[in-house]
Structure formats: structure tokens, C-alpha cells
Design a protein around this ligand. Structure first.
Ligand code: 5AD
Ligand code: SF4
Length: 477
């Protein structure tokens, strides 16, 4: 056997789930690279295989368990390969992962990610699987539980970012809302806002590295509140004002918002600060009060409508997107139709629609029957999608003939597939300030630039356009 201790360790990582997981993977890779690991996208070459997992729906977990099943053989042939399950599923399933997949070497929850390297080494040295998870929500005082979900934002790894000019910045961890269907408060722990000075320093460092667009992350990002020792409170609106001053940052986004916390100070900050993206993701989940109550969403449909009216009045050019759960316990055809009606009157730019998936350990799983049959969930999902798609198409067609400012992200999916993207003129894709996808032909060197594009065609998901020449005086939409 060749001695492998001197050659660089090859790391393969797969990430599922939300942007929080994408950022966590970036940070894990950053710390492992500083210890001599190199990244590979070929799993058969890897000697460390990590899965950063999601627990929000059953489907996300099934995908990981089947991936673990597939690599069992690989571990038999190459026993030196280390396998790790990180993130929300690790926190939720803990020992169950080792029972179902005994070839796994480390199981590490999202609040313990700073231990990845240490535990990989320990598993190897002791020839025994290692686990690091945080306390359950009822496993100690609030301070003890919070401390077990340690802050982990030390090292930024440019190679793992969405692009060299875009980055995520975590401003909060955890969630205290406890919506009855949701596993997140259990697996990501108590809500904690990071100190504003730490966030500003991180954003300044990213801007110095050439980042032009940052996306602030939090499960309920607009609930951000940091109490300084002198008693002053920093809100999201205050934080946005500070970030807006940072030279080099051209676009600042934040996801995901909670309807009750969409306060006027925040809407006014968005109105007054031009570099804040005109894009608000505010999940409604349902348009029926009875369902919202069962979901423990803490608002009524009237409050959501009022929030939409305040958004439209203060920031009329903002695009609003939403999440909906269809087939939640007890959802009747009438309650479902109320969700459809909410979509129709809110005219969301987009809605992410999910079929209810019972999660063990949640209040809904304990209290209610998952009584909507799968076929009904599927049908409601499709019906809702087609209503939303019709709105998307109508609203996108409003852009025909207008010129929009686009941050160019890179070759479009189809250009990337065809393999052109080698310095030639190619099909590029980017986004407007209201998060609309725009596809157009242009030189690859435009990547990372903000450019004006005139919209010539529109589908439900994409605007198609032409790059405007520099001397054009067309106003920007
Ligand atoms: N089943 C289906 N969808 C869910 N979501 C959260 N928990 C569940 C669940 N148990 C959806 C919500 C949330 C989005 C991230 O995932 O719509 O906003
Ligand atoms: Fe889950 Fe509700 Fe918290 Fe969102 S606000 S993460 S849906 S518990």
C-alpha cells in the first residue's frame, strides 16, 4: 500500500438545502483547505467525502441516505476513505445515521462544524466513528443550549462562493418561531443575532476581496436585533445603513423575512438606500387563517395583506416572493383556494411551493394527522404552480422594451452545457435588482459587471435581452 500521509488529502463535498448550508460548506472547506486538503469534484478520487445535509423535508433526507447507500461499496474497496454527514440531518438523526450507515466516520451537527477536522482525525486514529451535536432545545438553560450551537463564521473560502463577486454573510443563527411543521428550530437551535461590528467587518473584508453583491442570511432575517452592552439596539434597518456605506458593495440582499417583522423602518431603509436589492422573500405559507393558526405562524391573512400594501406603497418597485405549503394537516379545498386567492392578489414575483412533509419531533407531527392524500397534495401543488406561472409571465411581459441593470453572473445554463464559455461571445445570465433572471448574448469578460440590458422577450422565469451600448440614454427600469 502506498503511504498516503504525505500526499494532499482530496476532499469531495456535496451540499443540499438552503443558502445557510451553502455558506456552512464554504466555511468547512475553508478550514480544511488551510489544513492541506484540496477540493475534488470527482468522488472516486476523494479520500474524504462529506455530505452537508438538510432535514426540512423527507425527500432531502432520502437523497442523502441513498447517497450513503451508494458509497458503502466504495468504502469496502477503499477503507481509508473518510465519510462525514454534516448539518441538519446530523443534528436530527444523530446515532440513527450510524445505525443505518455504519460506514460513516463522523456525524456533525450545524452547531459543531468547527470540529470537522479534529473529528475526522480522531475517527481515523481511534478507528471508531465520532459524533458532535448540539444540545436539544430542552436540554439545558437557554444559555447552555445557545452555547452548544457555536458561531462558526471564521474563514471565507473564495473557491466555494457562488462566484468571486457574490457572497453570503450570516447575520443570525437559529430560529425561535417554532412553526408547527418546521424542524429548523430543533436542528439549528435558538435565535442568535451576530454583533453588527462583526458583520460589518466581514462585509468590508469581502468587499476588499472584490465582492460586489452580498446576501445577508437568517432564518428570519428581518427579526435581526442586537442589543449592545449600553442598551442600544441595532435592527436590520440600522445594519443595512452601515453596510450601504461600504465601498465596493453594489448590491445588498437579505433572506428570509418573517411577515410580522416587516416593519416600516425596514421598508423606509430599502426605499432610501439604492444599493439595497428591490427583492423581498416573505413566505406566507398559507392564505387561510385556520391553517396559519395550526401552523402557528403568529399572523393572520389580514396582517399579511396589510404588509403587502405597506411594501407596495413604500417600495413600489420591489418584487415580493413567497413560500407556500400545500396539503398541510386539515387543509380543505376551501383553505387551499384561499392560498390561491392570496397569490392572485399579492402578485408574487415567484412562489416556492412545497407539499407538506411530516417531520418527527415537530408539534404538527405530534398534534395533527397528515390527512391530505399524496395525490391531492400533488394536484394542489400543480394547480398553485400554474396560477403562479401565469402571474410570472404577465409581470415579466411588463418588462418588454424596458432597460434593466443586470449583474452578470456568467454563462447561461445552456451555454455552459454546450461548453462554449471560453472567452468568446456567448449566452450570459444575470439578475436585476429585483432578482429577475435575464439572459442575453455578451462577452464573457462582462462577468461580475453591472450592465444595462434591454428586454426583448419574456417567459415566466426569464427575461431575454440585448446589451445596451454605452452611449444609450434609455432610463433604467
Ligand atoms: N413540509 C413542507 N415544507 C416545509 N417547509 C418547512 N417545513 C416544511 C415541511 N415540514 C417549507 C416552508 C419554508 C421552506 C424553507 O420550506 O415553506 O418556508
Ligand atoms: Fe421554520 Fe418558521 Fe423558523 Fe421559518 S420561521 S425557520 S418556517 S420555524
Amino acid at each position: 500500500m502506498p503511504d498516503r500521509t504525505d500526499s494532499p488529502k482530496k476532499l469531495y463535498i456535496e451540499t443540499v438545502g438552503c443558502q445557510m448550508n451553502v455558506l456552512d460548506s464554504e466555511l468547512v472547506v475553508g478550514s480544511l483547505r488551510s489544513e492541506g486538503y484540496v477540493l475534488t469534484d470527482d468522488i472516486s478520487q476523494a479520500d474524504t467525502i462529506l455530505y452537508n445535509t438538510c432535514s426540512v423535508r423527507q425527500h432531502a433526507e432520502d437523497k442523502i441516505y441513498s447517497a450513503l447507500g451508494r458509497i458503502r461499496k466504495l468504502k469496502e474497496v477503499k477503507p481509508h476513505v473518510s465519510i462525514g454527514v454534516l448539518g441538519c440531518m446530523a443534528q436530527k438523526d444523530q446515532n440513527q445515521i450510524l445505525r443505518r450507515a455504519p460506514h460513516v466516520d463522523v456525524v456533525i451537527g450545524p452547531g459543531q462544524l468547527m470540529r470537522v477536522s479534529e473529528l475526522l482525525a480522531k475517527a481515523k486514529a481511534e478507528k471508531a466513528p465520532q459524533m458532535a451535536v448540539s444540545l436539544p432545545r430542552s436540554g439545558g438553560s437557554r444559555d447552555e443550549v445557545t452555547a452548544s450551537f457555536a458561531e462558526y463564521d471564521p474563514m471565507r473560502e473564495p473557491a466555494m462562493r457562488p462566484s468571486s463577486f457574490q457572497a453570503f454573510v450570516r447575520i443570525m443563527m437559529g430560529c425561535d418561531k417554532f412553526c408547527t411543521y418546521c424542524i429548523v428550530p430543533s436542528v439549528r437551535g435558538p435565535e442568535q443575532s451576530r454583533p453588527p461590528e462583526v458583520i460589518l467587518a466581514e462585509a468590508r473584508q469581502l468587499a476588499d476581496q472584490g465582492v460586489k453583491e452580498i446576501t445577508l442570511l437568517g432564518q428570519t432575517v428581518n427579526s435581526y436585533k442586537y442589543r449592545q452592552p449600553d442598551g442600544r439596539t441595532t435592527r436590520l434597518s440600522d445594519l443595512l445603513m452601515g453596510l450601504h456605506e461600504i465601498e465596493g458593495l453594489r448590491r445588498i440582499k437579505f433572506i428570509t423575512n418573517f411577515p410580522n417583522d416587516m416593519t416600516d423602518d425596514l421598508l423606509q431603509a430599502i426605499r432610501d438606500l439604492p444599493r439595497i436589492s428591490r427583492y423581498l422573500h416573505v413566505p406566507a405559507q398559507s392564505g387561510c387563517d385556520e391553517m396559519l393558526k395550526r401552523m402557528k405562524r403568529l399572523y393572520t391573512v389580514a396582517l399579511y395583506d396589510d404588509m403587502m400594501a405597506r411594501i407596495r406603497e413604500t417600495v413600489p418597485d420591489a418584487a415580493v416572493t413567497s413560500d407556500f405549503i400545500v396539503g398541510f394537516c386539515g387543509e380543505t379545498e376551501e383553505s387551499f383556494q384561499r392560498s390561491i386567492a392570496l397569490i392572485e392578489r399579492s402578485r408574487f414575483k415567484n412562489s416556492f411551493i412545497f407539499k407538506y412533509s411530516p417531520r418527527q419531533g415537530t408539534k404538527a407531527d405530534l398534534l395533527y394527522n397528515d390527512d391530505v392524500p399524496e395525490e391531492v397534495k400533488k394536484r394542489r401543488n400543480n394547480d398553485m404552480l400554474s396560477v403562479q406561472n401565469a402571474i410570472c409571465l404577465e409581470d415579466n411581459r411588463e418588462f418588454l422594451g424596458k432597460t434593466v441593470e443586470v449583474l452578470v453572473e456568467g454563462p447561461s445554463k445552456s451555454a455552459a452545457r454546450k461548453g462554449n464559455g471560453s472567452g468568446e461571445v456567448t449566452q450570459l445570465t444575470g439578475r436585476t435588482t429585483c432578482d429577475r433572471i435575464v439572459v442575453f448574448d455578451g462577452h464573457e469578460r462582462l462577468q461580475g459587471e453591472f450592465i444595462p440590458v434591454t428586454v426583448e422577450d419574456a417567459s415566466a422565469v426569464t427575461l431575454f435581452g440585448r446589451v445596451v451600448t454605452v452611449d444609450s440614454t434609455a432610463p433604467l427600469a
